[in-house]
Write a protein that binds this ligand. Sequence first.
Ligand code: SAM
Length: 467
Amino acid sequence: MFNPEEMPIFPSISLKPEVTEYLKSIFLNKEVLAVVGQQEAEHRFQKLLTCLSHPPSYTCVRASTHLAPLEEIRHKLQEELKKQMGSSSAEEAPIQILPHPRIADVLLLPVEGPRPVKQLGSEVLVGAQCGSAVLRGAHVFAPGIIASPKHMKVGDKVSVFSDLEGRCTRGATSFQGNKVFVGNGVAEMDRSSIFCTDEPTRGVGVRMVEPLYRSPSFDGVLPDLAFLQNLPSVVVGHVLGPQPGERILDMCAAPGGKTCHIAALMGDQGAVVALDRIRNKIDHIFQNAQMLHLQSIKAYCFNSTQAVSSEPAQESEGPPFPPESFDRVLLDAPCSGLGQRPNMASTWSLKEICSYPPLQRKLFQAAVRSLKKGGILVYSTCTVTLAENEEQVAWALNTFPCLTLQPQDPHIGSEGMLGAGLSPEQLRLLQRFSPELSWDPTETSIPLSCRADKDTIGFFIAKFMKN
Ligand code: SAM
């Protein structure tokens, strides 16, 4: 067990001051203050900023229960991870893998950390995204490396730091800017193989042996049976409730985590139409579908704001589609992503953050048009702002009288946040994953499965029926 007093001090997420002020105005809005008071609201807001920079205290795996029973997958995973540990350290305790008590295709693995790890003299600097992946159990892949010691050779022990603001020049030999220590590793490549090649270098550049957070690496581990996915994202698939034989539209689908889950829940019977605006990302949907042995997915590169047309493409299965042609629609909307964890720094401006709600509304309009009467629409985001979540729900209910909010199953998150003028009944039907309400990394006496439901990324889900 780690001692909180020895915990390395980890900073809160670093944001532009205008963004911090904006978020503060949301979390301390009048409706919230009237219920919880200034002091509690401020405490929650500070907690949010701190927990965003830390990873959740468990790893969530979606098991391919369309291919094998959960217990068999759990057993195989245990064996694979034992092999992985055998090659790192014999002293480490075996990793626990627990089924989620309410979600039949979820396995949870506790993450240990932050652990007291001594920094070394040699430093490798990685990009912020790579640093976040390391904090969730990944090794350092060569493209993520930005700076390394001048004479780094295979086998050298190095400390890995994350460049929080992306200020370091690629190929540097040291960096004194804003960086955070994420653990120690062993170089698997020389400096010259990383920086002095014409072709981009692939593969592991630094194998992490003493990560700040201990969590298994899933690189190449049971790729068809164990899919890494944040718990709220798995909840989305279940809340949508797809049934075998239905026709489902996933409007913003890449890289296809939720698309594949939907197809798996349907037993691969029916059609899941996946759209994404970015062409390269469509390949990821196909790769994931292939890896998980799913045939019912059809993916197209398309701007989903135009997904529906009264004059659909002739003799084509693809978009645009006739109105009211889908049984269920998932709009996992492009968003400001401020719920992602760990996220130690965001350089986004307020203007960038505020650019999402108009796009989300255009997509929402297309979603409602594409849906059959009696059909189900699920709207989700991985952000914490009111404007992209509860305010969108209030707008949708005013704009489309045919829509009604529906209960969600499972409902393991909190209810919607006050501040958008929704009634208490409406708020209870929403599902907001708010890590700031319960996050405490030193609290280990609560069973993992209960902690796991609360210590998630920030996320939001609303479920509507078209009447
Ligand atoms: N649902 C995905 C999953 O679970 O793997 C994640 C989707 S991500 C939150 C949002 C996606 O929306 C991005 O891949 C982005 O390229 C796509 N996107 C943004 N604007 C779009 C548009 N107008 N039409 C279709 N896709 C769009």
